[in-house]
Ligand binder design. Structure first.
Ligand code: UDX
Length: 447
């Protein structure tokens, strides 16, 4: 812990997507609790709510984007942000450094690949926050090899074949990007890899004891220090970086349900599905006869609104057994005694939040790292079931029944308990994340 009079400043540059803002703000709070002074640089697009972080200084930069409700081609938005923010960010950092010339470092999200070269330009160390876990990091780091070997084009025809370079993964699990143009995904990969390799270090919201093989491989192949210090949300109070208003009525509804009875369903902050997939999930949830809490985010069904799609009488037919909300206080929902399972898109934040509460999963991955996470959940850690084919109501119904009411579900529940314990132990004195955080703080103070 650094003392008050020496309080060094850290600049953090947040990436304006929910799954990136949450871990970055949690990280900011971790550093704040270690005695650092925090200045957050953020875009106008998806700007955070400053009033939730009274101890931080906020500086806004212009990004030239309008606020879309959905993300039809999220990769294009990432590239757009990376080109439009260069000049505003550089001007901002120059000004901040003239006011705080002794600032310790800048921490940037890995998606800000344009910040490669920043250290040479501004003589300040740059550390990268990578919001995926180590297994996905390794898969992404081999992306160019996978592309060269033609694996990415085999995803449809030979989806179940193993990937020789990535034990555990099948061709269909390889990271895939929600973009019209495959070159756009390649550009993102090249950019982030180059920028991470030239950084002063990489921070992961991950637990190295859960992925020891991947840690060894990452350490061998990556030329910079790596710090796995997750789970971030366990160091700090509940998240307040939500871009959408969280519907707190979920919690009083959960209070009325039996222990471990509710299946919570959410596909995260970006993934979207088409109308027919939506209806299959709706009927699967209903026909399972299990109580459910379902997040249907605005914009998450291609071009349609929830009320337009749900068949007449659907809600009434549930007789109070289901609740649908636009956005939930997810960490609190997962921690609630009534929640017994999670139908998820397998974003890493959601997966880690579920592991920390020992909530078994049903995987319905969409893009990027989600497919890698789903394979680890179902086949490596064996803490969930995997909806691998085009989604059908019977498959959803059966998966929910299996998870919530069968002996197979009970076995899955037993297997996730030790993972929860690992996630608790790693933060305690001598635990891996505890140690790595101490090393990270010492490293930053040594700059
Ligand atoms: C994507 C990637 O899949 C993820 O792995 C990457 O690290 C970030 O971008 P996203 O779709 O945002 O992620 O999902 P996830 O990583 O699970 O993050 C979603 C966050 O939103 C979680 O922290 C979750 O608690 C929160 N959330 C979600 C809510 O607060 N309320 C909700 O209703 C749903």
């Amino acid at each position: 812990m650094v003392t008050k009079d020496t309080k060094p400043v850290i600049f953090l540059f947040t990436f304006p997507l929910q799954g990136h803002l949450n871990p970055m703000f949690q990280l900011a709070k971790i550093f704040f609790n270690h005695g650092f002074s925090i200045t957050v640089i953020h875009t106008e697009f998806n700007a955070p709510n400053f009033s939730n972080f009274p101890h931080f200084t906020f500086v806004s930069i212009s990004d030239g984007l309008s606020e879309p409700e959905s993300y039809p081609d999220v990769i294009e938005i990432l590239h757009d942000l990376n080109s439009k923010c260069v000049a505003p960010f550089n001007d901002c950092l120059k000004k901040l450094l003239s006011e705080e010339p002794t600032a310790a470092c800048v921490i940037v999200d890995a998606l800000w690949y344009f910040t490669d070269g920043l250290t040479e330009k501004f003589s300040i160390p740059r550390i990268v926050l990578r919001t995926v876990n180590l297994s996905s990091f390794v898969a992404f780091s081999k992306f160019h090899v996978l592309r060269e070997k033609g694996y990415l084009s085999l995803q449809e025809s030979q989806g179940d074949s193993p990937v020789p370079e990535l034990p555990y993964l099948k061709m269909k699990d390889l990271p895939w990007f929600q973009t019209e143009d495959p070159r756009s995904g390649d550009k993102l990969q090249r950019g982030t890899m180059k920028s991470m390799k030239s950084s002063s270090g990489i921070i992961f919201n991950a637990i190295e004891d859960l992925e020891p093989d991947q840690l060894d491989q990452s350490l061998k192949e990556f030329p910079v220090p790596l710090f796995s210090i997750g789970p971030f949300h366990r160091y700090v109070s509940a998240s307040s970086s939500s871009l959408l208003a969280q519907d707190m009525t979920c919690l009083s509804w959960l209070d009325k349900q039996a222990t471990n009875s509710v299946i919570y369903a959410s596909l995260g902050s970006i993934a979207s599905i088409d109308e027919s997939e939506f209806l299959e999930i709706a009927w699967g949830l209903r026909n399972s006869n299990q109580p459910f809490l379902w997040v249907v985010r605005p914009g998450s069904i291609h071009g349609k609104d929830l009320i337009e799609i749900l068949p007449k009488g659907f809600i009434e037919s549930l007789q109070g057994r289901g609740k649908i909300v636009k956005w939930a206080p997810q960490p609190e929902v997962l921690a609630h005694r009534a929640t017994g399972g999670f139908l998820t898109h397998c974003g890493w934040n959601s997966t880690l939040e579920a592991i920390c509460e020992a909530i078994p999963l049903i995987c319905k991955p969409s893009f990027g790292d989600q497919r890698v996470n789903a394979r680890y959940i179902s086949d490596v850690w064996k803490i969930g079931l995997h909806l691998e084919n085009r989604i059908e109501r019977l498959e959803v119904e059966n998966a929910i029944r299996t998870l919530m009411t069968s002996s197979e579900g009970e076995e899955i529940r037993k297997r996730i308990m030790p993972m929860k314990e690992t996630a608790e132990q790693c933060l305690k004195l001598g635990g891996s994340s505890f140690r790595n955080l101490e090393n990270l703080v010492a490293y930053i103070l040594s700059f």
